[in-house]
Design a protein around this ligand. Structure first.
Ligand SMILES: *[C@@H]1O[C@H](CO)[C@@H](O)[C@H](O)[C@H]1NC(C)=O
Length: 361
């Protein structure tokens, strides 16, 4: 009996620790802690799609332990060429049908933008890179508190790593009305002006409906203290209260967002639009639960990877020739093969006080 209890205890401490906030008696209270001793599938699920959203990204998100895995108490996402999975020439002649890929029914998690089934031909290639996107949708979402992610970014052209959060329930409607919190986005390129892996960005997306999105009021770009976010681990932290959100990289404040009276007033939109957040708290749409996402996207045609590095940037280079496109999958993940993966060492969420239901409304 004793041995059994011990075994159970060991199991619990190695998995992601998820605590119901209602059981917190002292604060700060650690309500979520994952050190990735193994991948806890009660918390994390793989998205399966080649949708790429409106960005027309070039990756296929798959559930494959060659691509995403835990090792040395670290979660790795390591992109790989689709041809290594399906064979040479597949991307220009094969059909990639992701329905049922998990072997447990019809699983494809994103059907928009032809995300579940595509045919390759000489003009339109099937997405040339396999990668992974994990989300804590099944197991954890949080509203207000301190969030810390310790991670190292990948090195490699056109890799687009992201550590971010989306709304658990989309209570104010579709994107971007319910908000998006991009804790970190960067680019894997070594030599890409001031857009390479030496730099990172933090952004909140919000607006009453697409294409109204006021992210330019809530975004910051910054430089890695050690020269590149692909060189070593860094800690991204959010201090998120009911009145503001502060973002830190290695304990340096990089962005502080206080919308004033409300995000609606902050937007400056007039009364010709309906305010979806009118019944929310001050920080609406960021007054509700968000879950984590970690991914390595690749390329895209939305301008995140401009074809020409602007001339005002240092080191403009002719690397746009290698940019993967719908007609060319080449040039992806060149460079150091060991460095092309994102590594997430830990994720934590701390509550400072219990959030009780609102009174007086
Ligand atoms: C996973 O990807 C590798 C290529 O890296 C491939 O050889 C393998 O067949 C894939 N496994 C599954 C289950 O799709």
């Amino acid at each position: 009996m004793k041995a059994l209890c011990l075994l159970l205890l060991v199991g619990v401490t190695l998995a992601a620790d998820v605590v119901d906030p209602k059981t917190c008696t002292t604060f700060p209270c650690l309500i979520f802690n994952d050190e990735f001793d193994f991948l806890d599938h009660d918390v994390w699920e793989h998205e399966i799609t080649m949708s790429g959203g409106g960005n027309w990204e070039f990756q296929v998100y798959v559930n494959n332990r060659s691509v995403s895995y835990t090792r040395d108490s670290t979660l790795f996402i390591r992109p790989e060429l689709t041809d290594r999975w399906k064979g040479d020439g597949f991307v220009s002649s094969g059909e990639l049908n992701l329905w049922g890929m998990n072997g447990r029914g019809d699983v494809c998690t994103g059907n928009s933008y032809y995300g579940c089934d595509r045919f390759g031909n000489a003009v339109n290639l099937v997405n040339p890179v396999m990668s992974a996107r994990l989300r804590s949708l099944p197991g954890f979402a949080v509203k207000y508190g301190r969030i810390e992610v310790r991670a190292k970014m990948p090195r490699g052209d056109w890799l687009w790593p992201a550590i971010w959060m989306l709304p658990r329930y989309w209570p104010y409607g579709g994107w971007p009305a319910s908000g998006e919190i991009d804790i970190l986005e960067s680019r894997g390129n070594d030599d890409y002006g001031d857009l390479g892996n030496q730099y990172g960005g933090t952004t909140m997306h919000w607006g009453p409906h697409w294409p109204l999105n006021f992210y330019d009021k809530t975004t910051a770009q910054y430089t890695a203290s050690d020269g590149s976010f692909a060189n070593s681990f860094h800690v991204w932290r959010i201090d998120w209260t009911s009145t503001k959100i502060d973002y830190y990289v290695d304990d340096v404040l990089v962005l502080s967002v206080d919308p004033g009276t409300s995000f609606w007033d902050f937007s400056g939109l007039g009364s010709e639009y309906d305010n979806p957040w009118v019944a929310g708290e001050k920080l609406a749409p960021f007054d509700q639960k968000f879950y984590f996402l970690f991914n390595v996207a690749v390329g895209g045609t939305n301008g995140f990877f401009p074809d020409e590095v602007p001339a005002t940037h240092p080191n403009p280079g002719p690397i746009h020739h290698h940019k993967p496109s719908s007609t060319s999958g080449m040039g992806v993940i060149v460079g150091c093969p060991a460095g092309n993966r994102v590594r997430v060492a830990s994720v934590k969420a701390l509550l400072y006080r219990l959030i009780t239901s609102r009174c007086g409304r």
